[in-house]
Design a protein around this ligand. Structure first.
Ligand SMILES: Nc1ncnc2c1ncn2[C@@H]1O[C@H](COP(=O)(O)OP(=O)(O)OP(=O)(O)O)[C@@H](O)[C@H]1O
Length: 437
């Protein structure tokens, strides 16, 4: 019996399909991105194209060419069109761990019509999530993610190093999570114990360590957390008195920078001529509530002083290259009016799992109620997961890279020579090492 070429092709095709089906689960577990390119994306593409008409009809997004009303024998009748036309879509594009499809809106439709349908799209396409954005009038882009990238965040690529910018993790939409101090000069990071605050701070310090930045630490838990990076810090305050002194000095430095800018007619340190330019300063405060605790009358005076200094640094610092990163477990309005006033200046926000509503409210309540609800849904098992928002008020789920204390300590030690000496902030070494502003 002779086998025709057609039969051979058919057998070959069958073999490829069977091999594909048998290796798919293992490949998905071990090499999810490869699985997505080879098998997941083609299957999802076929599913999107095959279900589009039925999906949009069921969701009311397909419209009839003719009006739904007609005159029949002198009567106006209204009914469902027989064959509504679905909105036109382009070919779904392959994206890292997902796909993207652009939809042309029917006349009269707005992106809001699609916002309500993302849940249905997620189920029909059998993907982890669907997000929607509109970058061009008359079109919306539906961006689907095949799985939750926050389960095991791996940075897909390295971004170009830019001063005061740190890649600290992954966003839910698959992009890198960047803390950019030029964009949002001051940050508030909150989270209950074991929620991942210190890991995030470690990731931030590890990224800032190779840059020409002066790092300062205030850690009233006896320096337990920030002493890891001591080699790279220009100063570390571990008592409240030391913190008050350090903050007073930093305010004096900020005022000196202001004078300097005024004398040469610059509007910010970034506009200063290169030879006058100063190292940016990043002040990291761990467990901010400790700074505001009042037990005795003497404490009250010191807390008032610290509160004023922090507020001044936050108000003046943005244009003068002085940045605050304030972290804490409990940051509620009960700590005093100074904290609420400070919060207003901290445009960058990160809220991990929190144990009290007041702290989540302090971090996100003034931005978006949805963000607040999303933060309250973070579970105990989701260590490192947080809701983050910066200057544009948009919020998103994110997860920091898991940096161990040892990795952070090693990075600090490696770049210790870049720590400018304080006071005076003289560069510790004059080599070309590090990223310049
Ligand atoms: N991004 C992450 N991915 C995976 N695990 C993480 C992540 N961040 C933190 N963890 C885990 O959570 C543990 C606690 O994290 P971390 O010490 O950063 O919490 P914390 O909020 O600073 O706690 P505390 O306030 O008690 O110091 C870490 O030991 C680590 O095992």
């Amino acid at each position: 019996m002779s086998v025709s070429v057609l039969q051979l092709l058919w057998l070959g095709f069958l073999a490829v399909v069977l091999i594909g089906l048998s290796i798919a689960p293992g490949l998905r577990r071990t090499h999810p991105h490869l699985w997505w390119c080879l098998l997941g994306y083609p299957a999802a593409l076929i599913r999107v194209l095959l279900t589009w008409r039925r999906l949009t009809t069921n969701l009311g997004l397909a419209v009839a060419r003719r009006p739904a009303r007609a005159v029949v024998g002198g009567m106006a009748v209204r009914g469902d069109p027989l064959r509504p036309v679905p909105p036109r879509i382009g070919l779904p594009k392959l994206r890292r761990g997902g796909l993207e499809v652009t939809v042309r809106l029917h006349p009269g439709q707005t992106p809001d019509h699609y916002c309500e349908t993302v849940e249905a799209l997620t189920h029909t396409w059998r993907v982890h999530s669907v997000r929607l954005f509109s970058s061009e009038r008359g079109f919306v882009t539906l961006s689907a993610l095949a799985w939750d990238p926050l389960v095991a965040p791996v940075l897909p690529y390295r971004l170009r190093e830019r001063p005061l910018r740190a890649v600290v993790g992954l966003l839910e939409d698959g992009r890198a999570w960047v803390i950019d101090l030029r964009r949002a000069p001051h940050w508030l990071i909150v989270g209950a114990t074991r929620s991942g605050k210190s890991t995030l701070v470690a990731a931030l310090v590890k990224e800032l360590a190779p840059q020409r930045v002066a790092l300062f630490g205030i850690d009233l838990k006896g320096g337990m957390e920030l002493s890891l990076f001591e080699d790279r810090l220009s100063a570390l305050a571990s008592t409240r008195t030391e913190a008050a002194r350090l903050l007073a000095d930093l305010v004096a430095e900020t005022e000196a920078r202001m004078q300097l800018c005024r004398s040469v007619g610059a509007r910010s340190v970034w506009d200063l001529p290169a030879k006058l330019r100063k190292s940016p300063i990043v002040v990291i405060v761990d467990e901010v509530a400790e700074l505001y605790l009042v037990a005795t009358r003497d404490d009250k005076a010191e807390v008032g002083e610290i509160s004023t200094h922090l507020l001044r640094l936050a108000q003046l610092g943005a244009a003068l290259g002085v940045h605050l990163v304030i972290a804490g477990q409990r940051v509620g309005s009960d700590l005093g009016p100074g904290v609420t006033a400070l919060r207003a200046q901290l445009a960058g926000r990160v809220c991990h799992r929190v144990s009290d509503e007041g702290t989540a409210e302090m971090a996100l309540g003034d931005l978006n109620k949805d963000a607040l609800a999303a933060a309250q849904r973070i579970t105990l098992a989701e260590q490192g997961v947080a809701i983050t928002a910066d200057t544009d008020g948009q919020w998103i789920r994110a997860r920091s890279i898991h940096i161990t204390p040892e990795q952070a300590r090693r990075a600090a030690r490696k770049h210790a020579r870049l720590a400018p000496s304080w006071p005076g902030l003289h560069a510790a070494d004059e080599s070309d090492e590090g990223v310049y502003v």
